[in-house]
Design a protein around this ligand. Structure first.
Ligand SMILES: NC(=O)c1ccc[n+]([C@@H]2O[C@H](COP(=O)([O-])OP(=O)(O)OC[C@H]3O[C@@H](n4cnc5c(N)ncnc54)[C@H](O)[C@@H]3O)[C@@H](O)[C@H]2O)c1
Length: 239
């Protein structure tokens, strides 16, 4: 069983679809419960109300999932908010809101899920959705978003180190700009088109490619891959 945070739409829904196709029972945890329910119905999965910015909401959602379906094998930390603001224009409330979801939310979901795995002496898989912005500062998203994603890549390494002895792997995927509505919604249609035409591949990243990588990292026989950040960025950033 797999829990995908922010699974109601966009990349999270694509990941949930790939996991369902690979035979997983999928639970979509999202703060937009009605959209998560509609997506879950389409995929044959389940939806649960989840705001990753709330410690209490995370525990409640995990309690509900565990009571109904058992403890998941896989957690995909996908929920995030993207903001395009220049550094001089960022107000501290928006900075805090981005960090609360993208960084603190990632930390809390990982820690609380891993605590439950450890309490039952179970192995498992955690996949964090990072971002190219966390590696190179990004092209159009703000400093808060880029910094939160860079920190997610760092959390991935530290959780991986501490959980490796227990059969729990923690990896990240760092996508470049994806063929999803959120890009134009965040930075505007013109900027999105400029980014797309400037990519070495000549096209935006395919969300299904990211989703297939999640399925790969989640395999029971993928225990040797941990602490990695996998670049899937259409050749935009070669390191
Ligand atoms: N779109 C891209 O080009 C791109 C590129 C690199 C990385 N990413 C990453 O991919 C992930 C998904 O991005 P997307 O483009 O699908 O975004 P999106 O905005 O389309 O979807 C995000 C989902 O997360 C949910 N969500 C937001 N805040 C939440 C919260 N506090 N608790 C629970 N759910 C919450 C939303 O309701 C929504 O369903 C994010 O981590 C994003 O940073 C996206």
């Amino acid at each position: 069983m797999a829990l995908v945070t922010g699974g109601a739409r966009g990349l999270g829904a694509a990941i949930a679809e790939a996991l369902a196709a690979a035979g997983y029972q999928v639970v979509l945890g999202d703060r937009d419960l009605s959209l998560a329910q509609a997506t879950a119905t389409r995929l044959g999965g389940h939806a649960v109300a989840l705001d990753v910015a709330s410690e209490a909401a995370i525990e409640t959602a995990l309690d509900t999932i565990e009571a109904t379906h058992g403890l998941p094998w896989l957690l995909v930390n996908n929920a995030a908010i993207m903001k395009a603001q220049k550094v001089l224009d960022i107000d501290i409330d928006t900075f805090d809101a981005v960090m609360a979801v993208n960084l603190r939310g990632n930390f809390l979901c990982t820690q609380r899920f891993a605590r439950r795995l450890r309490a039952r002496d179970q192995a498992g898989r955690i996949v964090n959705i990072g971002s190219l912005a966390g590696q190179n500062g990004g092209t159009a998203t703000g400093a808060h978003y880029a910094a939160s994603k860079g920190a997610v890549h760092t959390l991935t390494k530290v959780f991986a180190r501490d959980l490796a002895p227990h059969g729990i792997t923690v990896n990240a995927i760092a996508p470049g700009p994806l063929d999803l509505p959120s890009v134009a919604e965040t930075i505007g249609a013109d900027a999105a088109a400029r980014i797309a035409s400037g990519l070495p591949t000549g096209h935006l990243g395919d969300p299904a490619t990211i989703a297939r990588m999640v399925v790969e990292l989640a395999r029971a026989d993928a225990g040797s891959i941990t602490g990695a950040t996998i670049d899937i960025n259409c050749g935009l950033y070669l390191r």
